[in-house]
Design a protein around this ligand. Structure first.
Ligand code: F6P
Length: 357
């Protein structure tokens, strides 16, 4: 009898169900007896012993379903060693649940924070398999994370829709794209959506350069401009500040996000109206795109194989279109960021897209 636990943690994405389905199908087709414990709402379910005993049938028909059938929650890594309001030691509680159920392994689907806790549990002696989920694509050690491509599709569609109305009204538009501290989603959606200016956290912008790029377009007879701005975009000036000074500045200013600050600065410099569109959590919603369905089926199947082989303590990564078992200890806590000097950025700059630098 093989007993596995499974949980989805952190911000959700479109392809979590597809990935869990891949794991369960890969196991149930190849293992005589399988018991699956699904922990509810991420690590919370593991801490407080909230789980459901599932069968492979529960994972049928969910390939196209967004969200997660297990539910998710954010349980910050930095608080994992801090007892809860009733003094409960969360790490010990998770270990107890694991041992009480006599699990052979725990399959954990999540992003960076989730991965750090997964690595902590590995260090504590549990058998862990991690699957790299996030629309942000910022997990170190894998070329791509699931959810990313689906989110690129949605963010691109948002820019496409803005394009037509921006052209009709000869307006400057900002589309703010998710991605937390990295710019992958904005970069891909911005290029795919034909944005004229792309602002990323990894390439701090100079607002004068942004204004210049807009004026250059209007002098060339182009009435509208579209900016794809990452939610984590930062000006050169702010990037030069100490972290605490930057935080204090953000806490003080009146803008809901960086896009509104950039919009106000453009309005002042160009004397033109600027509109901001924020697709927000729609970027994490709906059905996974075909690319993610294939990716998750492969990652899930590769996770099943690792479990069957008894190799734990790894993330199942996709590298050069091949699945790979990457030791969690080598990657946990590291962030994969856009390299401003990469070939991709150089190629995109050559086409005239401005990064405001
Ligand atoms: O990590 C995924 C993500 O959607 C980020 O792009 C974004 O910054 C964050 O989660 C939003 O978090 P929440 O859902 O808690 O508002």
């Amino acid at each position: 009898m093989l007993k596995i636990g499974m949980l989805t943690s952190g911000g959700d994405c479109q392809a979590l169900n597809a990935a869990m389905r891949g794991v369960v199908k890969g196991l149930s087709e190849n293992v005589e007896e399988l018991e699956i414990y699904g922990f509810e709402n991420g690590y919370r379910g593991l801490i407080y012993g909230n789980y459901r005993l599932l069968t492979s049938r529960d994972f049928s028909g969910i390939l196209t379903r967004g969200g997660t059938i297990l539910g998710s929650s954010r349980q910050p890594f930095k608080l994992m060693r801090v007892p809860d309001e009733n003094g409960l030691d969360k790490v010990e509680a998770m270990k107890q649940t694991y041992y009480k159920l006599q699990l052979d392994c725990l399959v954990i689907l999540g992003g960076n924070g989730t991965q750090k806790t997964a690595n902590l549990l590995r260090e504590e002696g549990l058998n862990i398999i991690h699957l790299p989920k996030t629309i942000d694509n910022d997990i170190y050690g894998t070329d791509i994370t699931f959810g990313f491509q689906s989110a690129v599709d949605i963010a691109t569609n948002a820019i496409d829709c803005i394009h037509t109305t921006a052209a009709s009204h000869n307006r400057v538009f900002i589309v703010e794209v998710m991605g937390h501290k990295v710019g992958w989603l904005t970069l891909y959606a911005g290029v795919a959506g034909g944005a004229d200016i792309i602002l990323l956290p990894e390439i701090p912008y100079d607002i004068n350069k942004v204004v210049e790029a807009i004026q250059k377009r209007s002098h060339a007879g182009k009435g509208f401009t579209i900016l794809a701005v990452a939610e984590g975009a930062i000006s050169k000036e702010d990037a030069a500040l100490e972290k605490k000074d930057y935080k204090a500045k953000v806490a003080e200013h009146r803008y809901p996000s960086v896009s509104y600050e950039v919009a106000a600065q453009i309005e002042e410099a160009c004397g033109t109206e600027v509109r901001v569109a924020v697709p927000g959590h729609t970027q994490r919603g709906g059905s996974p795109c075909p690319y993610d369905r294939v990716l998750c089926t492969r990652l899930g199947s590769a996770a099943a194989k690792a479990i069957i082989d008894g190799e734990f303590g790894v993330m199942i990564a996709m590298i050069n279109n091949k699945t790979k078992r990457v030791p969690l200890g080598d990657v946990a806590g590291k962030l994969k960021m856009v390299d401003p000097n990469s070939q991709m950025i150089k190629e995109i700059k050559r086409t005239g897209i401005s990064f405001g630098d």
